[in-house]
Design a protein around this ligand. Structure first.
Ligand code: PEP
Ligand code: MN
Length: 337
């Protein structure tokens, strides 16, 4: 961190600031330019709020040099993190496709979709039991009954399951029944939830918030990791922009950024990222080409009658065709699927 002082700052003002800064427990080095004086801070600056120095009139601005995320940072952990969920590894050479309905609607529905997805090559079964809906009048999910149905379908097909948690109330249940716990976009900065999830030993699929920056996403991951749970999978699922043609703007440029800045696996959700079923194939291909470690895709047995997100769901037949083309892209990238 560097504090840039205003031109003409007197020596006694610099000494006062220097003393204040040292009290935070860091070292201070002075850099003297012709017109500008800079105080360089070294040591553990992660707990320092750069804004705290603005109360000194002599401070022009403070610049952060090191990233505030440590555990999620590739700098301190150069190798890719590989996360195990059941018999599936996420973050290795193999691209992991997670597929299933937006929400679990019945035991027969989730089982039939699970069987089709498995046959086409999906490795993980997705399905929402607790649904974060914009309208309180829309279908909210089957709750614990839905979770049980997903669990049965996972067991019958031999696939690990991923499902969204919406509150701390069901953590024990999720820890017991689910292989990967999803934190949805709307809860990416639910710090109470993140903190609770940091104390358990389960992989967490952390979705990027609707308007979250890369740093905010990585700081949310840091919350989970800071408490001791280092099994975090990052997920790009589209962000809110001025564009209205697509449901969200799928920010694939974030994939190489996250892979560069962090050692955590990166998964892309082209279903919520675009909101349109026919965009799922091109965006999935692009995600793999961009370096994603996996995809999470909505598949429904009868999209026109889906209780949630039918317009962005693939039929099992379209999903099967998609898997065929993804195999070719993966091969070009030197990866398995
Ligand atoms: C979902 O995966 O069903 C979901 C609600 O996703 P998001 O949190 O990205 O909107
Ligand atoms: Mn959905």
């Amino acid at each position: 961190m560097m504090i840039i002082l205003r031109p003409g700052t007197t020596e006694d003002k610099i000494a006062q600031l220097d003393e204040f800064v040292r009290k935070t427990g860091v070292e201070v080095q002075r850099i003297q330019g012709q017109d500008t004086t800079i105080l360089g801070l070294s040591g553990d600056t992660s707990r320092i709020d750069p804004g705290m120095f603005d109360i000194f009139e002599c401070v022009e601005r403070t610049v952060k040099v090191a990233e505030p995320y440590k555990k999620a940072n590739r700098k301190y952990h150069p190798q890719n993190t590989v996360i195990k969920a059941g018999n599936v590894e996420i973050g290795g050479n193999k691209i992991v496709v997670m597929a299933g309905p937006c929400s679990v609607e019945s035991e027969a529905q989730v089982l039939s979709v699970a069987r089709d997805c498995k046959r086409s090559g999906a490795a993980v079964l997705r399905g929402g039991a607790f649904k974060p809906r914009s309208s309180p009048y829309a279908f909210q999910g089957l709750g614990l009954d839905g979770l049980e149905m997903l669990k049965v379908a996972g067991r019958k097909t031999g696939m690990p399951i991923v499902s969204e948690i919406m509150s701390t109330e069901y953590i024990e249940q999720f820890e017991r029944d689910v292989d990967i716990i999803q934190v949805g976009a709307r809860n990416m900065q639910n710090f109470v939830l993140l903190r609770e999830l940091s104390h358990i030993h389960k992989p967490i699929l952390l979705k990027r918030g609707l308007a979250a920056t890369v740093e905010e996403l990585l700081m949310a991951a840091e919350y989970i990791m800071a408490g001791g749970n280092d099994q975090v999978i990052l997920c790009e699922r589209g962000i809110r922009t001025f564009e209205t043609y697509t449901r969200n703007t799928l920010d694939l440029s974030v994939v190489p950024v996250l892979k560069r800045q962090s050692h955590l696996p990166v998964v892309v959700d082209p279903s919520h990222g675009t909101g349109l079923w026919w965009m799922v194939e091109p965006m999935s291909k692009a995600a793999i080409a961009a370096g994603a470690d996996g995809l999470i895709i909505e598949v429904h047995n009868d999209p026109p009658h889906a209780k949630c997100d039918g317009q962005q769901s693939l039929t099992p037949m379209v999903f099967d065709k998609l898997m065929g083309s993804l195999r070719m892209i993966a091969q070009v990238e030197g990866r398995d699927i």
